[in-house]
Design a protein around this ligand. Structure first.
Ligand code: FAD
Length: 733
């Protein structure tokens, strides 16, 4: 920024001077103009205050506009003192710092100052020391040719000009039709801008110049545009001369001009240099080869942000907290995914949104309900499980706005992301059974699915005196579909151990048409149920619990699992509810959901069908696998590869194999270690896992919890595929 003042001096008594000597004309003129009194009187005619963007500032007054810091000098000119970072920290001209993976450059060249923020040193972005200079800055340097600004006289007749002001000879011009000539002088203010160090500015990269104060450097040294004088005049042009065709009478200021653009804050829709691109201006683009992609889905990281998740400010407006990877849900899948990527990405790049303070190892609930483990041993504080370098946001996602890569939390805060993993699990919907919520608070009613009612199962089994013990399976998707019958078998064992089995009528009432969906294990389970004398009732869905009369009402279902209209009432002494489930509300009402409410993903890559920067993990997806923690291990393996590839701008190539597992606890010391996908068994060991065994029980009781806490949620356990391949070789021999 520079204020230009041109003083065009005309001969005080032209006739005399012009007549005196032609050759000396310019000298004469120059002499007259260089008279310090003439220059000082010219300065006196200058404005006393600075004016910028419609506001006035007094000499020595500092002010800030956008990212630039200004100071008003004498005679209406202001200087740019430096820049100001988003967090309020001041920067000097020529300074370049990296703070939390954002490089801030405050560069001055010629009459332009550039402030630039560039994300660097994170995956998909250049190294911080390879961030290039802003393009405009380099151009300004070229124009300057590496020279310092135009030098002029800083004193006239031994009298010093005010600091920053100098007098420059602008050249001589013949006045047409006369033998006189006019000498143009420029009284100019030239705040010397420090040349920046070039060290560390090399290589290619991306960035966003978000504040530029600029005036054309090439205007320095040219005549002013002023009232009545064309701004396109140059020192050798005739415009200033033509305005002085009348005989010059005295040195005078014919005009002043403030040269310099107002602060350029880049707004959405502005057309500007490709380097001057800000967060709002970036072109989101589709990724190749994916279907159903929505415009607005982004590829790659393009944010000028603080990766620690502090504010993202675009054009002075706080948009949101921002993370490279946002993981929604801190259960088995969410922690596993966050752990994997927290190790890959720089500190602070990953955040987990999870409202719960306690994290439970849910597969342990079956054993808790059977008195074989304590609930406490299956619980950890969430804060102790958050991977190093990741941020825990203890809140709940209330609204997804995937077209803007934004989520809104229950607390009102907005978080933006480059990539997201949705791992919200499945929501227990006791509310879908009339009276169930109230009944859970009454004697006899329990559920292994909830940490609040799981211990009650064991208490009820131990207190059972006789009557119907009813175990239900809902008419919705459910996590660990084997869990309701596990509860039934364990209760049978407890009642036998207590010697009261003969007083009990155990009913397993399921919405399904058979005990278990996977053929390989069906026979074994039917044998177990028969041997235990369990009354298996299919196509029955629990719709109401009347806890006052201890009565459970079931509706009958047809072949398509639709209610037939007929119902059955069953009196209970013990009722174990396998709750209906749905996708969590925020998900099922979002653009990620299919018509069932679950996350609509490509079943192979686990990528959202509509938003290619978003992946799913775990129970919340619409994949056909059984919803188990075992399946999560394979999901994690899949997205680790696929999301990493997408982050690098590549196509996902890993395919989820559909693996799931359900260790079916058939007594207090026997387990059928079911492992399968929708096509059939996928057993890991060389043994027949469809048989109830003690070793499988030991795996379930001791090995699997260890694997969960130390492997799965830490992102180290990718499922048993490799072991399975080895054991297949043993089997085949
Ligand atoms: P979860 O682990 O349930 O985590 C989901 C997380 O998302 C939760 O912490 C929740 O608070 C959070 N969340 C929800 N909504 C929001 C929101 N709006 N914003 C932010 N966060 C949100 N699996 C097996 O492999 N073997 C077994 O033997 C087995 N037995 C089981 C027995 C029982 C009784 C139960 C209940 C489950 C069992 N499972 C078993 C299933 C296993 O626990 C789940 O499949 C697994 O936990 C799924 O992981 P997830 O990350 O998808 O969901």
């Amino acid at each position: 920024m520079i204020l230009h003042l041109l003083v065009v001096a005309l001969v005080a008594d032209s006739a005399v001077s012009l007549d005196t000597t032609k050759t000396l004309t310019s000298q004469l003129h120059e002499f007259q103009l260089n008279n310090s009194a003439g220059v000082m009187s010219a300065l006196d005619m200058m404005p006393k205050e600075c004016s910028k963007n419609g506001k006035k500032y007094k000499p020595d007054e500092s002010f800030e506009i956008g990212n630039l810091r200004y100071k008003c000098q004498n005679y209406g000119v202001y200087t740019i003192e430096g820049c100001k970072r988003k967090d309020g920290t001041e920067m000097k001209l020529g300074e370049s710092v990296v703070v939390d993976n954002v490089k801030h450059q405050c560069l001055g060249m010629g009459s332009s100052v550039f402030y630039k923020e560039t994300t660097c040193g994170v995956m998909g972005q250049p190294e911080c020391d390879k961030i290039p200079l802003p393009k405009g800055f380099e151009e300004a340097m070229k124009k300057n040719g590496g020279k310092t600004e135009t030098q002029g006289k800083t004193s006239v007749d031994g009298v010093n000009l005010p600091k920053g002001w100098s007098l420059v000879d602008g050249g001589k011009k013949q006045i047409t039709g006369t033998n006189a000539s006019v000498v143009t002088h420029i009284l100019m203010f030239n705040p010397t801008q420090t040349r920046v160090r070039r060290d560390g500015f090399k290589g290619s990269g991306v960035g966003s110049v978000i504040g530029v104060e600029s005036m054309s450097a090439d205007q320095i040294g040219k005549p002013l545009s002023s009232k009545g004088v064309s701004s396109s005049s140059s020192s050798s042009s005739s415009s200033s001369a033509s305005s002085s065709h009348s005989p010059p009478s005295s040195s005078k200021i014919i005009g002043t001009q403030t040269v310099g653009a107002t602060l350029q804050t880049i707004k959405k829709g502005d057309k500007h240099d490709s380097d001057l691109v800000d967060l709002n201006q970036r072109n989101d683009h589709r990724m190749e080869g994916s279907e159903n992609m929505k415009a607005g889905s982004v590829h790659g990281s393009k944010s000028n942000v603080d990766w620690k998740g502090r504010k993202v400010i675009v054009n002075g407006k706080t948009v949101a907290k921002h993370f490279k990877l946002l993981v929604v849900g801190g259960g088995a899948g969410g922690l596993g995914a966050a752990s994997k990527f927290a190790r890959k990405l720089p500190r602070g790049s990953v955040a987990i949104v999870e409202p719960r303070e306690d994290h439970y190892y849910q597969p342990g609930f079956t054993l808790v309900g059977g008195g074989l483990m304590t609930l406490e041993s299956n619980r950890r504080k969430q804060e102790t499980l958050i991977p190093k370098g990741a941020t825990w946001i203890r809140d709940k996602v209330q609204l997804f706005t995937p077209t803007q890569n934004l989520v809104k939390l229950r607390g009102g805060e907005e978080i933006s992301y480059d990539y997201m993993v949705i791992a919200m699990g499945i929501q227990l919907r006791f509310d879908m059974i009339k009276g169930a919520k109230e009944a859970l608070e009454t004697p006899g009613v329990c559920s292994n699915y909830s940490p609040f009612y799981v211990e009650k199962h064991y208490r009820e089994a131990m207190n059972f005196k006789g009557g119907n013990a009813v175990f239900t399976f809902p008419n919705t998707p459910i996590k660990c579909a084997g869990a309701p019958q596990k509860a039934c078998y364990i209760t049978d064992s407890i009642l036998r151990q207590r010697g009261v089995r003969d007083k009990a009528h155990l009913i397993y009432a399921t919405s399904l048409k058979r005990l278990f969906g996977i053929e390989s294990y069906l026979k074994s389970l039917e044998n177990v149920a028969r041997e235990k004398g369990i009354d298996v009732r299919t196509r029955r869905n629990l719709i109401e619990v009347d806890s006052n009369n201890k009565m459970a009402t079931f509706e009958f279902l047809d072949e398509d699992s639709k209610p037939t209209g007929n119902t059955e009432k069953v009196e209970y002494s013990l009722l174990h509810i396998g709750p209906p489930c749905s996708a969590p509300e925020a998900l099922r009402t979002s653009q990620f959901a299919d018509k069932t409410g679950f996350m609509d993903v490509d079943g192979s890559s686990l990528r959202s069908k509509r938003f290619p920067n978003v992946f799913g993990v775990g129970d919340c997806m619409n994949t056909p696998n059984a919803k188990t923690a075992a399946a999560v291990s394979s999901h994690l393996k899949t997205i680790e590869t696929n999301l990493s590839q997408v982050m690098q701008g590549k196509q996902p190539c890993m395919e989820y194999d559909g693996y799931a597992s359900c260790p079916l606890v058939v007594s207090t010391n026997r387990v059928i270690l079911a492992e399968f996908n929708s096509k059939g068994a996928m057993e890991t060991t060389p043994f027949d896992q469809s048989k109830p065994t003690y070793w499988a029980y030991l795996m379930k009781r001791y090995f699997m919890p260890m694997l969960y806490w130390n492997g799965l949620i830490k992102g180290f356990w990718n499922g048993p595929a490799t072991i399975r391949n080895c054991s297949r070789m043993i089997r085949s021999k």
